[in-house]
Design a protein around this ligand. Structure first.
Ligand code: AHR
Length: 503
């Protein structure tokens, strides 16, 4: 099978905001406890944070981490996680039917972020609480001193404010599963009032209102329209979430989910434009895709805990999807979609980062390792920074439940002017055919291939485990050539590739 692509230096989509490679950590399962925090672990630092996990996260160059939830945030009292540890209350977490020790709170998380070298995106609780807790939490985090909450922060050991700029106004408030779930008008008014109060403290905050939990919600996309009508001038981003599932074991449909993702983004981009025009506003609102990933492998095994049949365990294994090779392709496709929609998607978070639907897994007292999906996320985060190219792509395709035409070749291209490197991320969705791909590089000086990585496997269900950490891992690619401005590359069936060209 043949595919052809034109990559012209002058035809671009947008500068990619580095923050599309963000991540998410929630007080859920073993994400915090045994994930990032395990004081008894042999690699733990003075703060009880696992050093092996810190190293794996650092490698990903994650620009920021969203915290503390997720569904968890909608009944969370952030004040429970400050002050002397032995005086912090144990609370019941209604979202996941577990107990929360509060051993980790904002101070510990902020210190961990500083060690990792990442920023924080914080969420306020607009489920069980509202404007008051939001303004207090903001003052605690960002005011230098001389007020009740900022002085309490100083007393608790942190002199300088953290100056967190990125804030989520609640989480998935359209979902009936959410503590304090609201309809779009109720939520829109609350979000607007909270945003106004937060902006009275600091006009330069970047605020994110809740959009839909997924594009199958009955309220979608009216939810976005109504919420935007209430909040438009007070916010900067509307959040979207989407999880990819393959219960039917239908790879063709599964790998076409990125077409559904693209349509979802397109619809909300249009909704933003609609509300902007209706309001005759010049204000700009973008999309924060602050939860996305594959999530379905662990659903069945989680049922007993989530339904409350095991009481209120502390940090049980929950949402521990073990990712396979097929998921590498899906995660690569999602990341390519964010690159191609970088004109409207300015923030995105892989959900989540450690143990809970995560690229990094840990064993209590044992090793930490990279799941299969770590690699496409790693390559996009490290090499997918710069300007997204508007590629012209000709590829045969197939019909799926999500789209009439899903091309077998999926490709995104990024030009980094500062380094003089063009990077292509390519996925072959075909089960048996190799795609011989020609990429015509136009407007670039003659180039050389710097790096070529391939991920492929004879078994779509192959996984990495603690004892077999490299079963699904990138290898050096062979046979890519660059002659007279044309890059030729062969994509084996079901493969992910990255090619970097010095131009
Ligand atoms: O990431 C897991 C959960 O998925 C989050 O808590 C929630 O926001 C979403 O439904």
């Amino acid at each position: 099978m043949q595919a052809s692509v034109i990559a012209n230096k002058e035809y671009t989509i947008s500068e990619i905001d580095d923050r599309v490679y963000g991540a998410f950590l929630e007080h859920l399962g073993r994400a915090i406890y045994e994930g990032i925090y395990e004081p008894e672990h042999p690699t733990a630092d003075a703060n009880g944070m696992r050093g092996d996990v810190i190293e794996l996260v650092k490698r990903l160059n994650v620009p920021f981490v969203r915290y503390p939830g997720g569904n968890f945030v909608s009944a969370y009292n952030w004040e429970d996680g400050i002050g002397p540890r032995d005086q912090r209350p144990v609370r019941l977490d209604l979202a996941w039917h577990t107990s929360e020790s509060n051993a980790v709170g904002i101070h510990e998380f902020a210190d961990w972020c500083a060690t990792v070298g990442t920023d924080m995106m914080l969420a306020v609780n607009l489920g069980s609480r509202g404007v008051d807790e939001a303004r207090n939490f903001l003052e605690y985090c960002n005011h230098p001193g001389g007020s009740y909450w900022s002085d309490l922060r100083i007393k608790n050991g942190r002199k300088d404010p953290w100056n967190v700029k990125l804030w989520c106004l609640g989480n998935e408030m359209d979902g009936p599963w959410q503590v304090g779930h609201k309809d779009a008008h109720e939520y829109g008014k609350l979000a607007a009032n909270t945003a106004r109060a937060m902006r009275m403290f600091d006009k330069s905050l970047e605020l994110v209102a809740c959009g839909s939990s997924n594009s199958d919600m009955v309220t979608y996309p009216d939810w976005e329209r109504i919420v935007l009508e209430h909040t438009f001038e007070h916010i900067d981003h509307i959040s979207l979430h989407m999880y990819f599932r393959n219960y039917e074991k239908n790879t063709a449909n599964y790998l076409a989910l990125s077409e559904k993702l693209d349509r979802y983004i397109d619809t909300i981009a249009a909704t933003i434009r609609y509300v902007r025009s209706k309001k005759k506003s010049r204000h700009k609102v973008f999309i924060s895709f602050d939860e996305w990933n594959v999530w379905y492998h662990s659903n069945q095994q989680d049922r007993a805990i989530r339904d409350g049949h095991q009481g209120w365990p502390h940090a049980p294994a929950l949402l521990e999807d073990i990712y396979n090779f097929e998921d590498v392709l899906m995660v690569g496709l999602a990341l390519n979609t964010f690159i191609r929609r970088s004109d409207v998607v300015k923030i995105a978070c892989i959900a989540q980062l450690v143990n809970v639907i995560a690229p990094i897994m840990t064993e209590r007292g044992g090793p930490a390792w990279a799941q299969t999906i770590y690699y496409p996320y790693y390559y996009a985060s490290i090499h997918g920074r710069g300007t997204a190219l508007q590629l012209q792509v000709k590829s045969p395709g197939y019909e799926s439940v999500h789209a009439d035409h899903t091309p077998y070749l999926d490709i995104a291209g990024v030009h980094n002017e500062a380094t003089g490197i063009v990077t292509f991320f390519l996925i072959n969705r075909h089960s048996v055919e190799t795609i011989r791909t020609e990429v015509a590089l136009q407007g670039f000086t003659q180039g050389t291939i710097l790096e070529h990585k391939v991920m492929t496997h004879s078994n779509l269900e192959a996984v990495n485990t603690a004892t077999s950490q490299q079963e699904v891992a990138p290898r050096d690619g062979k046979g890519a050539a660059l002659t007279e401005g044309t890059l030729t590359i062969e994509l084996p069936p079901y493969s992910y590739q990255m090619v970097r060209v010095k131009v």
